[in-house]
Design a protein. Structure first.
Length: 260
């Protein structure tokens, strides 16, 4: 459970895979964590929930050897502190457009001397971990992911990547499509050109590049481009597609083709 190995995998440049947690319940979290992923994406940006809705879910995810990665709604010290204290070992901050904003995310995420986050985590008490020990070693396991989601962020790419304390830059193709004037068209040439260029520009920087997609062939393409931190859809999205396909099969061919 502690420390979570995610930070070490990132430092070693290994392939890191995750998936989205569609429902913040113990049963769904535990079963999803058993799919072989390195992290679970717990989204409190676009879902109607905050850290107070998670209760012991991050601890249960940790129990499976998986990193609970919480995306907060904004680059806000109150949101980041609550997400960390409920058990996140990785924090994702959306809409980071400048080096100054990236530096603030570092300040909000880490304890001194790296950052300035207040100290009184709740999750070790739930998990039965030594409270003082987890505090003293928290910075060693904490992973900070900042999102590159705009043309402005792309233009400031090297400056953002140079901020100490950032582990991963995760490219958000949907928001990026809006920024280039092609909203919801993630396959447009402008988005794809930026996505191909980012890992090339940051090669050798020590920063891992990530993204989130659903089509496995496209995920493999991004791996070839240099992406190593990859979120693979979510069980809900994939599961709904399978149900939809089976329903369609039964509507069109309910009896199948029994042997004659």
């Amino acid at each position: 459970m502690y420390p979570n190995p995610l930070k070490q995998k990132i430092k070693a440049g290994q392939l890191v895979l995750g998936t989205g947690l569609p429902v913040f319940t113990p049963a769904v979290a535990t079963q999803t964590a058993r799919t072989g992923v390195d992290f679970l994406w717990i989204d409190t940006e676009h879902s109607p929930y905050g850290a107070e809705s998670l209760e012991a879910v991050p601890v249960l995810v940790r129990n499976q050897g998986v990193a609970p990665m919480i995306r907060v709604a904004w680059n806000d010290p109150h949101l980041i502190k609550k997400a960390m204290d409920v058990g996140a070992s990785a924090i994702m901050v959306p809409q980071v457009n400048t080096a100054e904003e990236a530096a603030r995310a570092v300040q909000y995420t880490f304890y001194p001397p790296i950052g300035q986050r207040g100290i009184s985590p709740h999750w070790p008490l739930v998990a039965g971990q030594d409270w003082i020990s987890t505090i003293r070693t928290a910075n060693d396991e904490t992973v900070l992911i900042v999102q590159i989601e705009s043309v402005q962020a792309y233009e400031n790419l090297e400056a953002i990547a140079a901020v100490p304390g950032i582990d991963v830059l995760l490219v958000g193709p949907m928001d990026l499509s809006a920024s280039v004037g092609k909203i919801a068209d993630m396959q447009c040439p402008e988005v794809q050109r930026i996505m191909e260029d980012i890992p090339r520009r940051l090669a050798g920087s020590g920063i891992m590049i990530g993204t989130t997609l659903t089509d496995v062939s496209e995920i493999q393409q991004k791996y070839r481009w240099g992406y190593r931190f990859l979120n693979i859809g979510s069980p809900l999205g994939y599961g709904l597609n399978v149900v939809r396909q089976h329903v369609e099969t039964m509507r069109t061919n309910p009896g199948g083709n029994p042997a004659q």
